[in-house]
Design a protein around this ligand. Structure first.
Ligand code: 5GP
Length: 297
């Protein structure tokens, strides 16, 4: 059984009887065919900033395609990072598989090719869950805490997923008030976020990377009239802050956000340390230091 698949996480493999959506508005209808269609004939369900969702080969599945497009600051900054999609697909597959192995239910079924993975279709909870171990980014800006300050305890923040509003920070009270998810669902989300943070902090520390903070998204997987919360979206350097433990070098999307350059090399370095890059192959990782020297910066 595929690690990380629905069956491998201890639940029965059952067709999802309801049409549900992933990252697109409620009420959208999706129709499925029974076999995988060639790319050109595949029905696109949704296009986001970094990914495209296509209909999957069977009901209850989608194909998640990873693009090279990069955006920051609520899409005010746009660019392309060549090869990012391939790296994020591979890194996210790795992390979701390991999380599945420790019992975190995820939407990941299997990677299909360089840029695509087969996933379970879920109804996305409209909340971005931000987990922080070290002060950085908007937390530092908002509260005037110096970047790099170790937080006394893990901090979980929530942002309401709405591009037009710039994904505003919200409190648990807002989530309850507007019923974006139930209290039980929020407890499941919090439990999973903490488990994921514990696991990922260890995984990255083992390869000399500090997990500063990251963003998670969750979805409802319907089973008959019932639903349960599972981890969705992706986990990659696009949505994590990853710092080299000795040099504090940024190995994540902040290289793009802050015009530091060397984005692909940083993502490759993360993949290499996780053992996901062919040693000495064509895609051999460029050393960030020599990359900078080459660029004369
Ligand atoms: P901050 O709130 O400091 O900008 O981000 C906190 C963490 O969440 C960072 O690791 C950042 O990459 C991630 N994050 C927050 N919002 C988004 C988002 O809309 N997209 C992605 N990919 N990551 C996000």
């Amino acid at each position: 059984m595929t690690p990380g698949s629905f069956a491998a996480i201890g639940a029965p493999v059952a067709p999802v009887p309801r049409l549900v959506h992933e990252s697109f508005p409620p009420g959208s209808f999706i129709w499925f065919r029974q076999k995988v269609l060639p790319m050109a004939r595949r029905r696109q369900i949704y296009e986001g900033k970094a990914k495209i969702l296509y209909e999957g080969p069977e009901p209850g599945t989608l194909i998640q395609y990873f693009k090279d497009d990069a955006t920051a600051f609520n899409a005010q900054k746009r660019g392309t990072i060549n090869g990012k999609g391939v790296l994020n697909n591979r890194i996210s597959e790795h992390v979701f598989t390991l999380l599945g192995n420790i019992g975190v239910p995820t939407h990941f079924i299997r990677r299909l090719n360089m840029r695509e993975q087969l996933i379970r279709q879920v109804e996305i909870v409209p909340i971005e869950v931000i987990v922080r171990n070290v002060a950085a980014g908007t937390l530092s800006k908002r509260l005037g805490i110096e970047e790099g300050t170790q937080l006394p305890r893990t901090l979980i923040e929530y942002c309401y997923k709405d591009d037009a509003l710039g994904d505003p920070l919200v409190a648990e009270e807002h989530i309850a008030c507007f019923n974006w998810c139930s209290q039980d669902e929020l407890h499941d989300i919090q439990d999973m976020a903490i488990r994921i943070n514990d696991f990922m902090s260890g995984m990255f520390a083992a390869v000399g990377i500090r997990l500063v903070d990251f963003k998670l998204e969750f979805g409802r997987l319907y089973e008959g009239d019932f639903s349960r919360i599972i981890l969705a979206d992706e986990i990659s350097p696009d949505g994590c802050r990853l710092w080299d433990m000795t040099t504090n070098e940024k190995l994540d999307k902040d290289r793009f956000r802050r015009d530091l350059g060397g984005e692909v090399e940083a993502y490759q370095e993360v993949a290499r340390r996780l053992g996901l890059m062919p040693e000495g192959g064509e895609n051999a990782v460029l050393d960030l230091e020599s990359h900078r020297k080459k660029k004369g910066s």
